[in-house]
Write a protein that binds this ligand. Structure first.
Ligand code: GLN
Length: 292
């Protein structure tokens, strides 16, 4: 089908006709607002007042191409190359995960509980959404972040620049002790991680938007041990987390219990507690290191 004319009303009709089978109505309404805002500079709430306006041919083409990509189930954030997280704007591409609302919840908890902390380290930073948001709201803190993936680090650095903050980014592999021991300098008050945590057996439960477009390296944990990243990060807290420092994880509810058990058995922490997210899933771990 073609768009009937350059009129706003016809473009909206076209979106509904093409995409209603793939998106819920409210989701589609939000997508249309976002598309009109991004490509045509419309204020989100004024679309209904401008239905009879015509858009120029080049803008029409952009909106048309966007619709084609949406139909192929590409997430809107990857099409527009932007995503909002914790009220800040982030650049995203298919090398990094789209920041999730659960991770926003984690940042909210960390900010509330650590207003006086001096140093933060985010492990497996991806888009850099965690450290950039932390530095934006806690400007006096020293914030570092690492990732094993060079392309993700390029995105993260771009996001620090976009949001005008300075973060110490570096590349390291958390599964290789020789590497992280060399690359992580000093000790931290707060260590955070949202590592890959989806088991391969869960892949079928994910939507096409996720499996076909988001980086598998960031989503899935490979091999026999589903909590390998969590274990190695807990181990490194022995050397890299200060006494009384705090470790925060985002978790997979299916393996949260195992991570909690490993943290408790490590004898590194005075307390280790599981925290629920807004949907009632066991989603975070908070562990406070012993005094020494
Ligand atoms: N830390 C990033 C985020 O929370 C990336 C997570 C990941 O790639 N597993 O979105």
């Amino acid at each position: 089908m073609q768009v009937r004319s350059n009129k706003v009303n016809d473009i909206i009709d076209y979106y509904y006709t093409e995409l209603s089978a793939f998106y819920e109505r409210t989701e589609l309404e939000a997508i249309i607002k976002t598309v009109f805002e991004h490509y045509l500079g419309f204020n989100r709430n004024e679309i209904s007042l401008r239905l009879n306006e015509n858009v120029n041919q080049s803008d029409l083409l952009k909106v048309y191409d966007c619709c084609k990509e949406l139909k192929a189930k590409k997430p809107i954030q990857y099409i527009l190359k932007e995503s909002w997280f914790y009220n800040f704007k982030f650049y995203v591409n298919e090398k990094v995960l789209i920041p999730r609302p659960e991770t926003e919840e984690l940042v909210t908890i960390i900010v509330k509980e650590n207003t006086k902390a001096d140093s933060f380290l985010d492990i497996g930073t991806g888009s850099g959404c965690i450290p950039v948001s932390l530095k934006c709201v806690l400007p006096n803190a020293h914030v570092s972040a690492c990732d094993v993936d060079k392309d993700a680090l390029l995105v993260a650095r771009k996001n620090a620049e976009l949001n005008n903050v300075e973060i110490n980014f570096f590349e390291t592999n958390i599964l290789e002790e020789l590497q992280w021991n060399r690359d992580i300098k000093g000790t931290y008050d707060v260590i955070i991680s949202n590592p890959p945590y989806i088991k391969h057996s869960e892949a079928e439960t994910l939507s096409e938007h996720v499996v076909n477009f988001e980086p598998h390296k960031a989503l899935f944990v490979y091999g026999d041990d589903d909590i390998i990243f969590y274990k190695r990060i807990i181990d490194l807290c022995k050397h890299k987390l200060k006494n009384k420092g705090v470790l925060y994880f985002e978790l997979n509810p299916l393996t949260a219990g195992l991570v909690h058990e490993y943290a408790t058995r490590s004898n590194l922490f005075s307390t280790a507690e599981l925290i629920m997210d807004m949907s009632g899933n066991t989603r975070f771990l908070k562990a406070i290191k012993l005094t020494g």
